[in-house]
Design a protein around this ligand. Structure first.
Ligand code: DGL
Length: 266
């Protein structure tokens, strides 16, 4: 049986990409709620409703576990989903913990990029209150970046102007790590690496999430050894063009910085 991945759009493909590397003998179903993306600017009730509809759709297919590859949906709905559905549901890790550890060791601060919704939610605030003993964590909502990503916009000039304006009020020398707390953001790692001071490390939650998935599949004896990394892309709107966009998005992530630069950035 396949492993299911959910996101509002193409963001969760950054998590799927990590899973592909980790599980060479598994197959995957990736589902995007294209009809309702973005989630990060919606209300809690709206996200809960859309997510449950999407999960119902996904469960019409056979999946043995479901990764909610979306930080916004994780912060709003993970407990409700686990209470309703009887399959292993893996939440998106926030990456705040390793970032705080690393920044502390450098005597520097942490900056968290995420959607408005994630940053406002109790789940995130509770986690930061618990972990941020020395008040070194700051946050910055970047909702526009979800839209840029959904449009596969990798225009160098546009993006560098955008990031420079957003980061203007921060003294970046004070920061040791930036958390990419939305699964749409890792697409912009190559650009951020060029724009930010070189000592800043970019951390996202995909590795931690896939490690957690791996532990869970092992515990439940659900690992496959006869899959071939087959990926089936689906979306709530059934839009064929969007399926092609999802395949392109995976290519962009897998082709790395050089191809990205040649094709999209300059
Ligand atoms: N990729 C998502 C996240 O991790 C959702 C972004 C959105 O739909 O606004 O938060």
């Amino acid at each position: 049986m396949r492993i299911g991945f959910f996101d509002s759009g193409i963001g969760g493909i950054s998590v799927l990409n990590e899973a592909i590397k980790h599980f060479p003998t598994e197959d995957f179903l990736y589902y995007a709620d294209k009809r309702n993306v973005p989630y990060g600017t919606k209300t809690k009730d709206e996200v809960n409703k859309h997510l449950q509809n999407a999960v119902e759709d996904i469960l019409k297919e056979e999946v043995k576990a479901l990764v909610i590859a979306c930080n916004s949906a994780t912060s709003i709905s993970i407990n409700e989903l686990r209470a309703i559905y009887n399959i292993p549901i893996i939440e998106m890790e926030s990456a705040a913990k390793p970032a705080i550890k690393l920044s502390s060791s450098m005597d520097k601060r942490v900056l968290v990029f995420a959607t408005d919704l994630t940053l406002k939610e109790l789940k995130y605030r509770k986690l930061i209150t618990m972990l941020d003993k020395h008040s070194i964590v700051d946050s910055l909502p970047l909702p526009e970046l979800v839209e840029l990503c959904e449009n596969l916009n990798f225009n160098w000039d546009e993006l560098s102007t955008y990031f420079r304006a957003k980061l203007e009020r921060f003294d970046l020398n004070q920061y040791g790590t930036i958390v990419l707390g939305c699964t749409h953001f890792p697409y912009y790692k190559p650009i951020l690496k060029e724009l930010l001071p070189s000592h800043i490390q970019l951390i996202d939650g995909s590795k931690g999430t896939i490690e957690r998935l791996s532990i869970l599949l092992k515990e439940k004896s659900l690992l496959s050894n006869n899959g071939t990394n087959n990926i089936s892309f689906q979306c709530s709107s059934g839009d064929k063009k969007y399926i092609i966009k999802m395949e392109n998005a995976l290519n962009i992530l897998q082709n790395g910085l050089n191809t990205l630069k040649r094709k999209y950035l300059k």
